[in-house]
Design a binder for this molecule. Structure first.
Ligand code: FES
Length: 513
């Protein structure tokens, strides 16, 4: 089996039974904040994209690069699709021209032509990626690899029970905005950053020890930041609180805990993997020297990409958009429907919108208890975000339904909060669509031991639709003994509990007393 490094979380896996291209990412993501490190734009993407299978782990923009997929990846490739609750990943890939899909079942091994075996484990809680993250296990000719990607399963038991894994690829670096964007004294920021960096490594060691693979490949980060405004986030200043350590730091830290089997892949590195060996060649003569010259690499990369950055930035302003009205339209209907997320946030969240010089020109509150979006008053808020108005204009212009997979991951904001981190704030802002919000609400509901029933039309049945968990007090209609959920039109026979639209998906139902 041959593994070719193609940058960040991306790799190409070649076997005698076919090739799998994973998560190709080249164009900057999240308001042009993140670029792949090292630069992978010079690779021969025409050849790399001529693959038999494509695996896109999830929809985060450093894994799903629509423009790149459209231009370089052969549309004859069969997509290995994770089993996600919503069809968004499939829909977006179909929009790009892909037509062949293998819809995998989570945690089930699928045997493909030539004895190639794959298994994708899909994680589906509202906190996993953009509602969904996944890992890919591959076996051919006795060689097994796990591309864990940046997924965070509770453990790796399901993979371990399929036999000894020879290569384990996993994330080790940061991929978040904490703590850099928080308005804290520098000393506190450094202390929190150091804790975060240590925790990232501890988690990585735990996963490595779960699997005991022969070889460990640090992947899925760090990104690099080429815009001058974000340059300080690159780990080139000897800052122990920087959460984006690179692969050379991984090798050093791993050695400190006794790890000797780390393999770094640069874009263009090739590892030939067998059941008892891993021989790797690199596109540079000296790997250590490459990382010692990191700052020079980044500066030259920045010069090459300046034109891309300038073009992106020029596209963000839409002064004709009324941001307050746009946020009201987008958010208020969802606030109205939200039970768990709104309650979880528990207070108002303020957006201070600035001009390009940093002056606040408008303040808008998303009032979770009051279920409205309104101009900010002189009031205490749970969270406060400060960002350029033009970024919100652009989100509204694009009709963006996931502000985590755009604004927050861009790190182009600052934040302050009262009290602890609140996962519901970010869960809500990644669910700015009916389908996602209903899914997240239903997921939280289903975590309750006493999942609720409702009574409607003489029947008692579960409140959440067995399909994608829509709230049936809003979307359900009962006619006779048939319940229709209007979110996607699925029907259920309440007498038998059977779903009339799809196999499985039974509903808990009985005649009302
Ligand atoms: S959530 Fe899809 S039909 Fe109910």
């Amino acid at each position: 089996m041959r593994i070719t490094g193609t940058g960040h979380a991306s790799m190409r896996i070649d076997t005698a039974a076919g090739s799998i291209l994973c998560d190709p990412w080249v164009n900057p993501a999240y308001f042009a904040s993140w670029f792949p490190f090292p630069d992978n734009s010079q690779l021969d993407w025409e050849s790399l994209g001529d693959c038999d299978y494509l695996y896109v782990s999830h929809l985060h923009r450093d894994h799903f690069d629509a423009a790149h997929l459209k231009r370089f990846v052969k549309k004859t490739a069969t997509v290995l699709l994770p089993e996600y609750p919503t069809s968004q990943l499939e829909d977006e890939l179909r929009d790009l021209g892909f037509t062949s899909f293998l819809k995998t079942k989570s945690d089930e091994v699928h045997e493909l032509d030539g004895g190639l075996k794959v298994m994708i484990q899909a994680l589906i809680s509202p906190t996993d990626g953009p509602i969904g993250d996944s890992s890919l296990w591959v076996e051919h000719d006795g060689v097994r690899v796990l591309n864990q990607n940046d997924a965070r399963p509770t453990d790796l038991t399901r993979f371990a029970e399929l036999g000894h894994v020879h290569a384990h690829m996993l994330q080790f670096s940061g991929a978040i905005w904490y703590p850099m964007v928080y308005e804290l004294p520098q000393a506190a920021k450094t202390a929190f950053g150091k804790q975060k960096r240590d925790r990232q490594f501890d988690r990585t060691w735990r996963y490595i020890n779960d699997l005991h693979a022969d070889w460990v490949f640090p992947i899925a980060g760090p990104p690099c930041f080429l815009d001058d405004e974000l340059w300080q986030f690159n780990d080139i200043f000897g800052d122990e609180g920087n959460i984006f350590p690179d692969q050379s730091v991984f090798i050093r830290e791993y050695a400190a805990v006794g790890g000797t089997n780390g393999v770094v892949l640069l874009p263009g590195s090739v590892s030939e993997l067998t059941t008892d060996s891993c021989a790797t060649t690199h596109p540079v003569d000296d790997l250590d020297e490459f990382f010692e010259q990191k700052e020079a690499h980044l500066k030259a990369y920045r010069d090459r990409q300046q034109i891309v950055l300038d073009r992106e930035k020029a596209s963000w302003s839409h002064p004709e958009i009324d941001v307050l009205a746009g946020m009201k339209d987008r958010i208020e209907p969802l606030l109205d429907e939200s039970v768990y997320l709104a309650k979880g946030v528990g207070g108002p969240v303020r957006f201070d919108l600035t001009d390009p010089h940093g002056e606040v020109i408008e303040s808008i509150v998303v009032d979770f208890p009051g279920k409205e979006v309104r101009p900010a008053a002189d009031e205490k808020v749970r969270y406060r975000f400060k960002t350029e108005r033009r970024l919100i204009e652009h989100l509204l212009y694009l009709d963006e339904g996931d502000w985590v997979n755009s604004l927050f991951l861009s790190c182009r904001f600052s934040a302050a909060r009262i009290g602890q981190y609140n996962e519901f704030v970010y869960a809500f802002f990644k669910c700015l669509s009916e389908e996602r919000l209903q899914y997240a609400e239903g997921w939280y509901e289903s975590q309750r031991p006493d999942a609720e029933d409702i009574v409607m039309g003489g029947w008692q049945f579960q409140r959440r639709c067995p399909h994608l968990k829509a709230d049936l007090t809003r979307f359900g209609i009962v006619e006779g003994d048939v319940l229709t959920c209007q979110l996607h039109g699925w029907k259920f026979n309440l007498a038998s509990g059977k779903c009339l639209t799809s196999v499985g998906h039974e509903i808990r139902s009985s005649r009302a007393e």
